[in-house]
Write a protein that binds this ligand. Structure first.
Ligand code: C2O
Ligand code: CU
Length: 519
């Protein structure tokens, strides 16, 4: 198993808002690796953002790279993860950003805190398992079990002794820092008989949400308060995959919340009966729609009220023809995924260097603003010629400080009804609206929330619908955007923005670090 400092999940990073952190990465493994600081905006500093072939060449086995991470505005829970092929499966860990000295949480200080990392367990070398599936063009296998803080839990006999547990005192309140580092599935999460209060999301505070279950996608993070106010006993904390379509075994992982004190604990802890069923789309959407930014004096927001650049981006899973016609994807093809029908191809040199040094021939600046054709996107079963994407390394160039709106539209070409957690690097964006069916540009914008939309870095776009986001392009650089389902990202559901420099030195990309890894 590829790990950082021998730990799975990897070591947490603790910082305060406004700090700068240097992380030296030494690759002692056998695969290329890079590290991404998910949700950290890295103002003017794309050099340390991490996605392989986007902002840097990979750190090869035996090589090293020094990341400089700038924590400017985010506060709460984020995470770091490898950003090279599927290495993030085991190479990831929490980032905790505390308030600046002299400032406080916008909620009563918790008595203690616990990172809760939702991950996965593989019985073999992840990269070997995945690569063989990707080459044959079929669907990469999923993992063998989900994990909470590295442990599959006691629903499996073999991992029973190591089941993760937290000790709590009656009457105290705990901050759970929940991290969605699963590769391909969204997860429901709950604690038996207890209510949860969500107070933060993706490194920004929100208006508190009282709930008895959570839905979290790959890439998202949540700050959750848990008050130990039930009769002292043992309670399961459980996570279950939310999969729109098909069921499979091993969907649930457990940890245990144990009260301190004198009582006789049950032989089996109480299970969270409120945990939604794995196909419960309403439970997923209802929860997701409840987020609102805190938006107060201490934590103001700045939602663009007008738009300079508008993109309408279709999200599709399709297939491309196979060279020798022996692939295992639909119609003998190779599975592919696309944004506006462009399936992203990794360049041979990273986009950032190519852009900064004006090297031609690495990418083209013609990522389309709209899909190439319009049809009933959420209806099923289209002619197969509409499902073959083009391949290319295309970017969209944005003017500095322009206000941008993106409407993501899911298409249902292969009846592949899945949510897509779309993630943007270098920014957080405002999630101003979402809905089912085809986006209607006359009526739907009227329902936008331009007052207190949540500030996110990863938005779940509904399997049968759309989501609209807005942001101001005030961070110059090259910034990756992709689906955070690893399967889709590796099939090409990615693109990049180049945000031009502004007029002053402080609105210009910083100089590259002295050492850059060669490709
Ligand atoms: Cu969390 Cu581009 O990734
Ligand atoms: Cu996706």
């Amino acid at each position: 198993m590829l790990t950082v400092n021998g730990q799975f999940p990897g070591p947490p990073l603790y910082v305060r808002k406004g700090e700068r952190l240097i992380v030296n990465v030494y690759n002692q493994g056998t695969y290329n690796v890079t590290i991404h600081w998910h949700g950290v905006k890295q103002p003017r500093n794309p050099w340390s953002d991490g996605p392989e072939y986007v902002t840097q060449c990979p750190i090869k086995p035996g090589a090293n790279f020094s990341y400089e991470i700038i924590f400017s505005v985010e506060e709460g829970t984020l995470w770091w993860h490898a950003h090279s092929d599927w290495t993030r499966a085991t190479v990831h860990g929490p980032i905790v950003v505390y308030p600046k000295i002299g400032t406080n949480y916008p909620f009563p200080k918790p008595d203690a805190e616990f990172p809760i990392v939702l991950g996965e367990w593989y019985k073999g070398d992840v990269m070997e398992i995945i690569q063989s599936a990707l080459i044959s063009g079929g669907e990469p296998n999923t993992s063998d079990a989900y994990t909470i803080n590295g442990q599959p839990g006691d629903l499996y006999n073999c991992s029973k002794p190591g089941t993760f547990n937290i000790m709590v005192d009656y009457g105290k309140t705990y901050l759970l820092r929940l991290i969605g580092s699963i590769m391909n599935e969204e997860m429901f999460f709950a604690v038996a008989q207890h209510n949860l209060t969500v107070v933060g999301r993706d490194g920004a505070y929100i208006k508190p949400i009282k709930t008895d279950y959570i839905m979290i996608t790959p890439g998202q993070t949540m700050d959750i308060l848990l008050t130990a106010n039930k009769s002292p006993s043992h309670y399961y904390m459980a996570a279950r995959a939310y999969i729109g379509a098909s069921a499979y075994d091993n969907t649930t992982t457990t940890a245990i919340v144990k009260y301190r004190g004198n009582y006789s604990a049950p032989s089996t802890p109480a299970f969270p009966s409120q945990l939604p069923n794995f196909t419960d789309i309403n439970a997923a959407t209802n929860f997701t729609n409840r987020f609102r930014a805190l938006a107060n004096k201490e934590h103001p927001i700045d939602v663009p009220q007008t738009v300079d650049t508008r993109l309408y981006i279709t999200i599709s899973v399709g297939a491309v023809p196979c060279v020798n016609n022996s692939c295992q994807g639909p119609a003998g093809g190779k599975l592919a995924a696309s944004l506006n029908n462009i399936s992203f191809v990794e360049p041979g040199v990273d986009l950032l260097q190519a852009y900064y040094r004006k090297t031609g021939g690495i990418f083209t600046a013609d990522f389309p603003d709209v899909p190439p054709y319009f049809f009933n996107f959420t209806a099923d079963g289209l002619p197969s010629n509409l499902s073959v994407p083009l391949k290319g390394t295309k970017v969209k160039v944005l003017e500095f400080n322009s206000s941008v709106e993106i409407v993501f539209q899911v298409t249902n070409i292969f009846n592949a009804a899945e949510n897509h957690p779309m993630h943007l690097h270098g920014y957080s964006f405002y999630h101003v609206g979402s809905g089912f069916g085809n986006f209607d540009n006359k009526t739907d914008p009227k329902g936008y929330n331009l007052v207190d939309p949540p500030e996110l870095n990863t938005v779940a776009v509904n399997s049968n619908g759309w989501a609209a986001i807005r942001f101001r392009a005030d961070n110059p650089g090259v910034w990756f955007m992709h689906c955070h389902l690893e399967r889709h990202a590796s099939w090409g559901m990615d693109m990049a923005f180049i945000v031009k420099n502004g007029p002053t030195k402080l609105t210009t990309i910083r100089r590259p670090p002295r050492y850059l890894n060669p490709c």
